[in-house]
Ligand binder design. Structure first.
Ligand code: SF4
Length: 701
C-alpha cells in the first residue's frame, strides 16, 4: 500500500480546494492540509473533510445491478454491459438514434465530459445530450458570451478580490456553499473594501456584508436596472471607458432610464436610500466587482438579469481592468470544465459551437469521422428529461440525480419511470439509480486521475490516491466497453491522460483552448488557467512545446468579441413566470445548506454531514408562521401548481415575510423540487428554480 500523501483536490464544489490524501487501512484515505494551493491554503469545509467516508462506505456500490422481475439484482460486468448495448441498439433500430438520450453532470472530470459527448455523437449518433450544469450557471454563461464574447466563470483569480474596492455579491451564499472562499471577502474588508450582498434572505454571507439588499425573489433584474439608473442620474458613468471599450451604451441607457428608483423600490422592496448607498459604495472606489451566482441565474429571465449586472459593470468601467470585473461563481466541482468540452446540447469540445461548420470540421478530424455524420444541437436538460418515455426511449446517465435535482421533480420522476431503458453510472444507489434497469458502480475521485476546471478557469489535476475496490470500473472504462460492443473499437481510451491528450487537440484554436496544457504542467504548476494555446516548439527552456503561461486574467487588453469591444445588451424588467396570486400567495425560493451538496446523493450518506443537516425544512418569517398557526419544528405543507412538499418549520426574521425558503438536497416528502417551476429562460434554457408561487398549509401533527 502506498503510504505517502498524494496532493489532489476535493470532489465537491467548484472551489476545488486542495487537499492531501494518505491511504489508510480499510480502502480509504486520510485527508490532511495542503497549504500550497492558493485558493484554500489548507482550509476545507465539512464536506471536503469528510469526503473519504464514501470511499469505504457500506452503501458504496461495488457490483453492477440489473433489473430482474422488478427488482435490482447483482450481475457480472459482461452481463450488465451486454444488456445495455442490446437495449441501446434496439432503441436505435426501432425509434432512430435520437430516441437514445445521454445526461451528464457538472461533477464529471473534463476527460469524462469530453468522452461522454464524443460517445453520444460518434457511437450513438444522437443529438440528445445535455447535462445538469444547465441547471446551474447557463444564464451567466449566456450573458457573459453576449457581453464579452466568452464565458469563463471568473475572468480573474479569486486572489484579486481582496485588492478591489467593493464587491456586489448577487444571489450567493458562499459562507455555506464554499466556506473557505469567505476569507477573500474578509480580506477585502480588512483592506478597507466593502461588501454588498443581494439576497432575499439574511444568510450567513449577508451577515458579513456592509450593506445587505434583500429584494423580493425574481426582482434582481429591476434592482440592477435601478442601480444603473442612479449611476446615470448621478453622473457616475465612466464615459471614457464606455467610448473606448464598449458598444451599445445608448440603447442600454435608454432602457435603464425607464426604471426610476421609486418604481424599483416598489418592485424589489429595496428602499431608494439603500439603492443610493449601494451606488455610492460601488462607484466611489477606483475598482469594484460584481459576482453573481444561482440567485439571478436560476430564473426564466436569468440571462437578462445577469446581463443587467454586467451592464452596471460596463457603464462604470468595471470590466476587463485589473482588480475590476464581472464574474460568475460556478457551483459544481467541474461546473466550468463540464460546460466546455461537449456534454452540452449545442456544443463541441473547446467551447466550440455544434452548428459552426468550421468547428464541426475541426473536431470531426480529431475524431476521425465525417463532419456530416455529427448530429446537430439537441434539447436542453429539462426539455430532454421532459421528453423521456415519449421521443426519448433510452437514457444513459452519468454523474447526476435528476429525481431530486430537476425542477417539477415528480413529473420528471414519472418520465424517467416510463423509459424503456435507464442506465445509471454512480457510486451509490441514488434516487435516480434506484429506478434504473442497469446500474454500473464507478470509481470515485480518490480512485481515479483526471482534470477539473475550477470556478477561476484554473485547470487542475486530481490524482488517484488509492486503488478502487474490486468490482468497480471508471466511467471511461464503461464508455470504452459500450463503444466496443456497439461497433466502435477505437477512440475511447481508458487512460485519462490519453483522453486529455485528445481533448487538447480537439480544443486547440477554440475559445476554451487547452492545447498548451499537459498533465506534467498541471502537476508542476498547481493548475493552469485557460485559454492556454500550445506554444512554439522550443519556446520553453526545456525545448518542449507547452510554453504558453496560461491566462489568469482575461479581457485586460480586449474582450473576446470579433472587434475586441464589449457589448451592452439592453434589458428591461419583467415579472417571473409565476407571480403569487390569491390561490398561491407566497413566493418560494430554494437553495443549499453547508453540510449537503447538490442532490445530496453523496453527502446524505456521510454520517457526520447527515447529523449536521438531517433533513429539509421550510424557512419562514414569524408573521407567516403566526398566520399559519405554526410553531418552530411544526410540519408545514408547501403547495405549488406542481405538487406538495412537507417539512418542519424553521421560523426566522432572516427571511422576507412574503417568501419561504427550502433547501433542495432531499428526496421524498420534503423534496423542494416537487414544487419548482420549469419555466425556461429563452436563451440559456435555465429553469426558474429561484422563484415560484406557493401556498402554505398547516399539517396536523
Ligand atoms: Fe470541497 Fe467546496 Fe468544501 Fe472546498 S468548499 S472543501 S471544494 S466542498
Amino acid at each position: 500500500m502506498q503510504t505517502s500523501a498524494t496532493p489532489t483536490h476535493c470532489p465537491y464544489c467548484a472551489l476545488q480546494c486542495g487537499m492531501n490524501l494518505t491511504p489508510v487501512p480499510g480502502g480509504t484515505v486520510e485527508v490532511s492540509e495542503r497549504t500550497d494551493f492558493p485558493v484554500n491554503r489548507g482550509a476545507l469545509c465539512g464536506k471536503g473533510r469528510t469526503a473519504p467516508a464514501l470511499l469505504s462506505s457500506r452503501v458504496r456500490l461495488t457490483t453492477p445491478l440489473v433489473r430482474s422481475g422488478g427488482t435490482l439484482v447483482p450481475a457480472g460486468w459482461d452481463e450488465a454491459l451486454d444488456r445495455i448495448a442490446e437495449g441501446l441498439r434496439r432503441t436505435r433500430t426501432e425509434h432512430g438514434p435520437d430516441a437514445v438520450g445521454v445526461f451528464g453532470g457538472g461533477g464529471l472530470t473534463n476527460e469524462k465530459a469530453y468522452a461522454l459527448g464524443k460517445f453520444a455523437r460518434v457511437v450513438l449518433g444522437t443529438s440528445q445530450i445535455d447535462y445538469n450544469g444547465r441547471f446551474c450557471m447557463s444564464s451567466a454563461a449566456a450573458a457573459g458570451t453576449k457581453a464579452f464574447g466568452l464565458d469563463r466563470g471568473l475572468p480573474f483569480p479569486l486572489e484579486d478580490i481582496p485588492r478591489t474596492g467593493c464587491v456586489i455579491l448577487v444571489g450567493s451564499n458562499l459562507a455555506e456553499t464554499m466556506p473557505p472562499s469567505l476569507r477573500f471577502f474578509t480580506e477585502l474588508k480588512e483592506n478597507g473594501g466593502t461588501l454588498i450582498v443581494v439576497d432575499p434572505r439574511r444568510t450567513r454571507t449577508a451577515e458579513q456584508a456592509d450593506l445587505h439588499l434583500a429584494p423580493r425573489p425574481g426582482t434582481d433584474l429591476a434592482l440592477a436596472l435601478g442601480l444603473l439608473h442612479l449611476v446615470v442620474a448621478e453622473g457616475r458613468v465612466d464615459e471614457e471607458y464606455v467610448q473606448a471599450r464598449t458598444d451599445g451604451w445608448e440603447e442600454a441607457r435608454a432602457a435603464v432610464m425607464a426604471h426610476w428608483p421609486e418604481q424599483v423600490e416598489r418592485i424589489t422592496g429595496v428602499s431608494v436610500p439603500q439603492l443610493r448607498e449601494a451606488v455610492r459604495l460601488f462607484c466611489e472606489p477606483a475598482d469594484a466587482m460584481v459576482l453573481t451566482a444561482r440567485g439571478p441565474e436560476q430564473q426564466s429571465k436569468g440571462t437578462d438579469t445577469v446581463g443587467a449586472w454586467i451592464n452596471l459593470c460596463l457603464a462604470t468601467g468595471r470590466a476587463g481592468r485589473p482588480r475590476s470585473g464581472y464574474g460568475c461563481l460556478t457551483g459544481q466541482g467541474n461546473g466550468q470544465g463540464g460546460r466546455e468540452h461537449g456534454q452540452k446540447a449545442d456544443q463541441l469540445p473547446g467551447y466550440r459551437k455544434l452548428d459552426d461548420p468550421a468547428a464541426r470540421r475541426h473536431v470531426a478530424e480529431v475524431w476521425g469521422v465525417d463532419p456530416d455524420s455529427l448530429p446537430g444541437p439537441g434539447r436542453s436538460a429539462y426539455e430532454l428529461l421532459d421528453a423521456l418515455g415519449t421521443d426519448i426511449r433510452s437514457l444513459l446517465l452519468m454523474g447526476s440525480n435528476p429525481v431530486v435535482s430537476a425542477p417539477r421533480a415528480a413529473h420528471i420522476e414519472e418520465r424517467i419511470r416510463s423509459l424503456d431503458l435507464l442506465v445509471v453510472c454512480d457510486v451509490v444507489l441514488s434516487e435516480t439509480a434506484a429506478l434504473a434497469d442497469v446500474v454500473l458502480p464507478v470509481t470515485q475521485w480518490a480512485e481515479e486521475t483526471g482534470t477539473t476546471t475550477s470556478l477561476e478557469g484554473r485547470v487542475l489535476l486530481r490524482r488517484r490516491a488509492i486503488t478502487a475496490p474490486e468490482g468497480v470500473r471508471s466511467d471511461l472504462e464503461v464508455l470504452h466497453e459500450l463503444a466496443d460492443r456497439l461497433g466502435v473499437e477505437k477512440g475511447f481510451p481508458t487512460d485519462p491522460e490519453e483522453v486529455f491528450e485528445e481533448l487538447r487537440r480537439a480544443s486547440a484554436g477554440g475559445p476554451a483552448d487547452y492545447s498548451g496544457i499537459t498533465y506534467r504542467r498541471l502537476a508542476e504548476e498547481n493548475g493552469v488557467f485557460w485559454p492556454c494555446p500550445q506554444g512554439e516548439p522550443g519556446a520553453s527552456a526545456d525545448g518542449s512545446v507547452d510554453a504558453h503561461p496560461g491566462t489568469p486574467r482575461l479581457f485586460l487588453d480586449r474582450f473576446a468579441t470579433a472587434d475586441g469591444r464589449a457589448r451592452f445588451v439592453p434589458v428591461s424588467h419583467r415579472a417571473i413566470a409565476e407571480e403569487p396570486d390569491e390561490e398561491y400567495p407566497v413566493l418560494l425560493t430554494t437553495g443549499r445548506v453547508v453540510a449537503q451538496y447538490q442532490s445530496g446523493a453523496q453527502t446524505r450518506r456521510v454520517a457526520e454531514l447527515n447529523a449536521a443537516a438531517p433533513g429539509p425544512f421550510v424557512e419562514l418569517h414569524p408573521r407567516l408562521a403566526a398566520r399559519l398557526g405554526a410553531a418552530e419544528g411544526d410540519p408545514v405543507a408547501v403547495v405549488s401548481r406542481r405538487g406538495r412538499a412537507v417539512a418542519p418549520a424553521r421560523i426566522t426574521t432572516a427571511i422576507r415575510p412574503d417568501t419561504v425558503f427550502m433547501p433542495f438536497h432531499w428526496p421524498g416528502e420534503g423534496r423542494a423540487n416537487t414544487l419548482t417551476n420549469p419555466a425556461l429562460d429563452p436563451t440559456s434554457r435555465m429553469p426558474e428554480f429561484k422563484a415560484c408561487a406557493v401556498r402554505l398549509e398547516a399539517v396536523r401533527k
